[in-house]
Design a protein around this ligand. Structure first.
Ligand code: 3BY
Ligand code: FES
Ligand code: FE
Length: 411
């Protein structure tokens, strides 16, 4: 059966407010369509500027079938390159991260500049055209300390996201932070299950004892209905905005990204067991208050984030297979904060390390049950799972447009 038509038919016949048909969560051909239409076409958060602060710093990442390397070139610009040698295709950079004046292919030592241009290739004959064999560039944008790439030849618009996100991120100066800790976990479930789980807090009280000390389980915090009628949130926005911190709920017209600053429980300052800050030195010199809650920002399909007064936690989702997803979490702190002096790593990372592991278990159990022939799409809670509905609607609409070959702009 033609997967495209099969998928399109299921998308059109879908019952609103219900989870997806099993095939979307397990079928390898459906997964391939997700890769082709979303992951290879859309803007993807890939890492932070602060991870490659100096010329020659690089890190690698795998997106579906594409090995990618992100470098800081000699002029200080951030570059994204296809990590596939123009000789016979070997991966050029084999390490997760590193520092190197040039990129040297391990196979026959073709040597590239940090911007991808080919500098040296041994004994390739008189007629060899070096200029025609640079590493292929990938579209790359940075905003507020975040690096995004787009694997397509003609990327969708990025400015709408930049325009919305930059005012929210700018005061936090994430470009001047450092990664205090990072963790990568593998979840045995489709990437959409990871997102569905993230977009609600219906599961929080029963599953996240550590997080619930500070993160409110109210749907107004996690969901996408905005929170105009919630006086606590409205007051928080007014207070933070008066201090120069954009805070009100904002979502893109397509529903792909959202930002909002939410208060924590009892004015907690950070995601610690006590609610007190984990890092003595403020994340940003531009933010003097510590009871600013959490700036929530998501951008489908790769990232959700929490930016606090003392640190930021960023999440990157990458699909590894139809039923396998990688989630990388990074804890960013002021670049001058000293471990053991300004913060204790265990205290800083405890709540979200536990929360991530709890969410992994949830996603894996969800995936397990969906495999049952008895599974059928179930109803989302209108009160608590508005965010999940919104994610699923975004996905369905996006896929439908893509599969139908709709030329309408998808920014
Ligand atoms: O990380 C998050 O943003 C979501 C919010 C609620 C559940 N999960 C923790
Ligand atoms: Fe890279 Fe030969 S494949 S130098
Ligand atoms: Fe959770």
């Amino acid at each position: 059966m033609d997967t495209r038509n099969d998928m399109l038919r299921k998308l059109k016949g879908r019952q609103d407010g219900y989870s997806l048909d099993r095939a979307f969560y397990i079928d390898p051909d459906y997964y391939r369509q997700d890769l082709e239409n979303i992951w290879y076409k859309d803007w993807l958060f890939i890492g932070h500027d602060c991870e490659i602060p100096r010329a020659g710093n690089y890190f690698t990442v795998q997106v579906g079938d594409y090995p990618v390397v992100i470098t800081r070139d000699r002029q200080g610009a951030i570059r994204a390159l296809h990590n596939s040698c123009r000789h016979r295709g070997s991966r050029v950079c084999t390490q997760a991260k590193g520092s190197s004046a040039k990129l040297v292919c391990p196979y026959h030592q073709w040597t590239y500049e940090l911007d991808g241009s080919l500098l040296f290739a041994r004994q390739m004959g008189e007629d060899f055209d070096k200029a025609a064999h640079s590493l292929k560039p990938i579209h790359c944008e940075t905003v507020g300390g975040y690096i995004f790439i787009n694997l397509s030849e003609k990327p969708m618009d990025f400015t709408a996201f930049r325009d919305m996100a930059l005012p929210y991120l700018a005061p936090h100066r994430l470009g001047e932070t450092k990664v205090a800790f990072e963790s990568t976990i593998i979840e045995k479930g489709n990437w959409k299950l990871v997102w569905e789980n993230n977009r609600e807090c219906y599961h929080c009280a029963a599953n996240h004892p550590e997080l619930c000390r500070t993160y409110p389980e109210a749907p107004t915090a996690t969901g996408v209905q905005g929170a105009k009628d919630d006086p606590v949130i409205a007051e928080h926005w007014a207070k933070c905005e008066a201090e120069g911190l954009p805070s009100e709920f904002k979502m893109s017209p397509t529903g792909q990204f959202r930002a909002a600053r939410m208060p924590l429980v009892d004015n907690a300052e950070s995601y610690t067991m006590s609610g007190a800050r984990a890092v003595r030195r403020a994340l940003s010199a531009d933010v003097s208050q510590s009871q600013i809650g959490t700036l929530l920002m998501f951008h489908y399909p790769t990232t959700w984030n929490h930016v606090l007064a003392d640190h930021a936690i960023t999440f990157r989702v990458l699909p590894l297979g139809p039923e396998l997803t990688q989630v990388t979490t990074k804890w960013l702190v002021n670049k001058d904060a000293v471990e053991g002096v300004d913060y204790n790593l265990d205290e800083l990372t405890h709540v979200w390390t536990e929360t991530n592991d709890q969410d992994r278990q949830i996603v894996e159990e969800n995936a397990f049950g969906i495999r049952s022939p008895a599974y059928e799409p179930g109803p989302y809670s209108p009160e608590h799972e508005g965010g999940v509905m919104q994610f699923v609607e975004w996905y369905c609409k996006f896929m439908e447009q893509r599969l139908a070959g709709d030329a309408a702009p998808l920014s």
